[in-house]
Design a protein around this ligand. Structure first.
Ligand code: 5AD
Ligand code: SF4
Length: 481
């Protein structure tokens, strides 16, 4: 089997993960597919939808690429490096295709959407190209490709949410699952390719979300993460419930309402969500979080830059002061809330002064964790059309390094503050290093490792753990009875 490819810059350990939900499934399938995913959690969730669609059509999954008749790669376009990783992987698949005649290679996701049929010209051995809104057409496209034609569907949709498709879960921990609540994005941050690859924002039917979460809880899952590019602008109205006089929309569900509905499924089901846009997160959401113990006290609140001038060029629609105000409000309403961020170094025209503002807002916000990147110009984005990518690479990298160092210190300081405290922890499984230790997470999303001690606990249980020590990335502790 080929090696997995990881994207360490993103620090996403799941990059390139292969998917085999039916590993122990003895059904006879007409074909086997292999799917590998890159990019954000939404993309990983999409792969579960793709698996569900293919499975219904009689295709079985395999985790071994050598056994596959169909190879899919679910791609990301967010930074140039993400695309390079995918291209490298495709050259490896090409070798397989030469060795084993008849296998088909399909490119799914954001890169498929961005490059469309150009992909078929550039990567000659790709047979199928499918954008994020066209997965329902996959079985038909596979048939076309089997008949020797190149098959492409990159149509974006205004209403596709795959609401009726129950995703097939990756069997990795059986405790936590991702649930897509919306697709696309209307924000138009100037650096970002997402509005072009994933289309307009649309919210998924609230009832179908609740049902999916209930089903997960019945299958013994203990945590759901509600996913969207901008969850705070979730808004669903059932058109049948609109009042006839055209007045208030009765059945309207906002994100705060949705959160509450999911939290009420059971106090034993933890609820998380990602990503929040600082301009959209409301007091309503914060109050709902404070009210329900099972809504985790953790917010991913990307700042991108600490300079108001750069924020304006990025089209983030908030200033440095507005962002700081949001952080204050979160700390006021949810004092023990974990906050994390995304940060971009070296955006167009960024001066040393702007960069210092970024370092400074990190200190102010005391992030527990951040995803940190240097700016990578993406074709077709507003920034690419309007501004010059004028910060030399060495400067971008040096600034990124400074950001990474500040974050390292902040993470350690935040973890040190937890020493001596006791947290309710959801056990996710064995720790990576030893099967004598459990690994779990606190409400604030911090990873915590602790000895199993000879008791009857299993993954999916809640346990109280006292913190005794820490590293930059992990808390260490022991179980309190
Ligand atoms: N260059 C660098 N980082 C980017 N991101 C999005 N687009 C770019 C880009 N062109 C980062 C942002 C976003 C995260 C998912 O990726 O920080 O929040
Ligand atoms: Fe990558 Fe953005 Fe597409 Fe997610 S939505 S896969 S981060 S380009």
């Amino acid at each position: 089997m080929l090696d997995y490819v990881t994207d360490k810059v993103q620090d996403e350990t799941r990059q390139g993960e292969a998917f085999a939900p039916f590993a122990s499934d003895l059904n006879q399938y007409k074909k086997r597919f292999y799917i590998e995913s890159y990019g954000c959690q939404m993309n990983f969730a999409d792969s579960e939808i793709v698996a569900s669609i293919l499975n219904k059509e009689g295709f079985g999954a395999t985790r071994n690429v050598d056994d596959a008749d169909l190879i899919f790669i679910n791609t990301c376009s967010i930074r140039e490096k993400a695309e390079q990783t995918v291209r490298k992987r495709l050259t490896e698949f090409k070798k397989l295709k030469v060795q084993k005649r008849g296998i088909l290679v399909g490119v799914l996701g954001c890169m498929a959407e961005r490059l469309k049929s150009k992909f078929l010209e550039e990567e000659k051995l790709v047979d199928i190209v499918v954008g994020p809104d066209a997965y329902r057409s996959l079985p038909g496209l596979v048939e076309e490709a089997e008949g020797g034609q190149k098959a492409v569907n990159v149509l974006l949709s205004r209403d596709e949410t795959y609401a009726d498709i129950s995703p097939v879960r990756i069997d990795s921990n059986g405790v936590s699952a991702f649930v897509s609540i919306m697709r696309g994005c209307n924000n138009m941050c100037s650096f970002c390719v997402v509005p072009f690859t994933r289309g307009r924002e649309r919210s998924r039917d609230a009832e179908s979300i609740i049902k999916e979460c209930k089903d997960l809880f019945e299958q013994d899952y203990k945590e759901v993460t509600l996913l969207g590019q901008n969850v705070d602008s979730y808004y669903y109205t059932d058109s049948l419930k609109v009042s006839p006089n055209g007045g208030d929309l009765e059945g309207a569900v906002t994100f705060a309402k949705l959160l509450e509905k999911v939290a009420l499924i059971s106090p034993l089901l933890r609820v998380r969500f990602s990503t929040s846009h600082p301009k959209d997160i409301t007091d309503d959401v914060l109050h709902t979080m404070a009210k329900h113990e099972n809504i985790c006290n953790y917010i991913h609140l990307p700042v991108q830059s600490g300079s108001s001038r750069i924020l304006q060029l990025m089209n983030r629609t908030y200033t440095r002061e507005w962002y700081m105000g949001k952080v204050n409000r979160i700390r006021q309403l949810i004092p023990d809330c974990g906050i994390s961020s995304d940060i971009i170094a070296g955006f167009c025209t960024e001066t040393e002064e702007d960069h210092k503002d970024t370092l400074n807002i990190m200190e102010y916000s005391k992030y527990d964790m951040s995803y940190m990147f240097f700016y990578s110009e993406r074709p077709g984005t507003l920034a690419q059309r309007r501004y010059k990518d004028d910060i030399p690479e060495e400067i971008k990298k040096r600034r990124l390094q400074e950001i990474v160092e500040v974050q390292g210190r902040l993470s350690l300081e935040s973890n040190k503050k937890d020493i001596g405290k006791t947290f309710k922890v959801l056990i996710e499984g064995d720790s990576k290093k030893s099967n004598k230790d459990w690994m779990g997470r606190t409400s604030q999303n911090k990873v915590i490792v602790f000895p199993k001690e000879n008791n009857e606990l299993k993954k999916g249980n809640y346990v109280m753990v006292k913190v005794t020590d820490c590293t930059q990335a992990t808390l260490l502790g022991y179980i309190i009875n």
